[in-house]
Design a protein around this ligand. Structure first.
Ligand SMILES: [Zn+2]
Length: 234
């Protein structure tokens, strides 16, 4: 079997690395304060997109009671509002999850930990459940409109929720313990995987065309917080 050609890239600069296990250097600060500051921008962007999503939901309700009424195109306007609502929820949730990778919640308070990590799910519910309920209970709506809009809204609710849930949240305590344990070590991760690796030749990395080499903090900030089952001892 041919060995796949792989490119190793420095996570901090994007430059190609010639030899793996090269010395890692830290240019960025990873104190809790510095990470919190970096996450704040992402959280603001997330909230802006979520506000836009709720605005689309409001527009949708205004089309239902015909405050907004565009003859012959009403159904298209309604579907458009639902689709934009969905897109804005999902984009907001991705920024929110990236912020939590960089600046995780403490697990000292489990309610707060859940709320911070699953805020995207909560927004998804807020953005679509009222729409689904109103569509199902509205007596004035004609049958055809209902038949089109109920499935669209239901699928949007499911998609938004699935893509907004943080399936693998890390706590601040875990972040610090992992960063401490692997201080100064070169770690490896890929463009799409959720894991970090210690062995550049790990079998789970063999099929990736680009492998990032960086510090453990760079991997954690990129959301690669799952220790590889093959090359990281736990
Ligand atoms: Zn591995």
């Amino acid at each position: 079997m041919a060995v796949k050609e792989r490119k190793f890239v420095k996570a901090s600069s994007g430059e190609a690395v010639k030899t793996t296990k090269s010395k890692t250097e830290e240019k960025v600060s990873y104190t809790k304060e510095a990470r919190h500051e970096r996450a704040t921008g992402k959280r603001i962007i997330a909230i802006v997109f979520w506000v836009l999503a709720i605005a689309c939901e409001v527009v949708f309700f205004l089309t239902l009671n015909k405050t907004i009424y565009i003859k012959n195109y009403q159904l298209y306007v309604q579907i458009g509002a639902l689709v934009l609502d969905l897109i804005f929820v999902i984009i907001g949730s991705q920024f929110w999850k990236r912020a939590n990778d960089v600046d995780p919640a403490s697990d000292a308070n489990s309610v707060k930990f859940f709320l911070q990590n699953q805020m995207g799910l909560i927004v998804s519910i807020l953005a679509f459940v009222p729409i689904v309920i109103v569509l199902l209970t509205n007596k004035d709506l004609d049958k055809k409109t209902k038949q089109v809009l109920v499935p669209v809204a239901a699928v949007a609710l499911v998609l938004a929720s699935l893509l907004s849930i943080d399936w693998n949240p890390i706590s601040e305590e875990e972040y610090q313990a992992t960063a401490q344990a692997l201080k100064g070590e070169a770690v490896y991760y890929t463009q799409f995987g959720k894991s970090y690796h210690l062995d550049p030749d790990c079998r789970a990395l063999k099929n990736s065309s680009v492998v990032y080499e960086g510090t453990i903090e760079e991997a954690l900030d990129a959301g690669r917080n799952d220790p590889c089952d093959f090359c990281v001892e736990q």
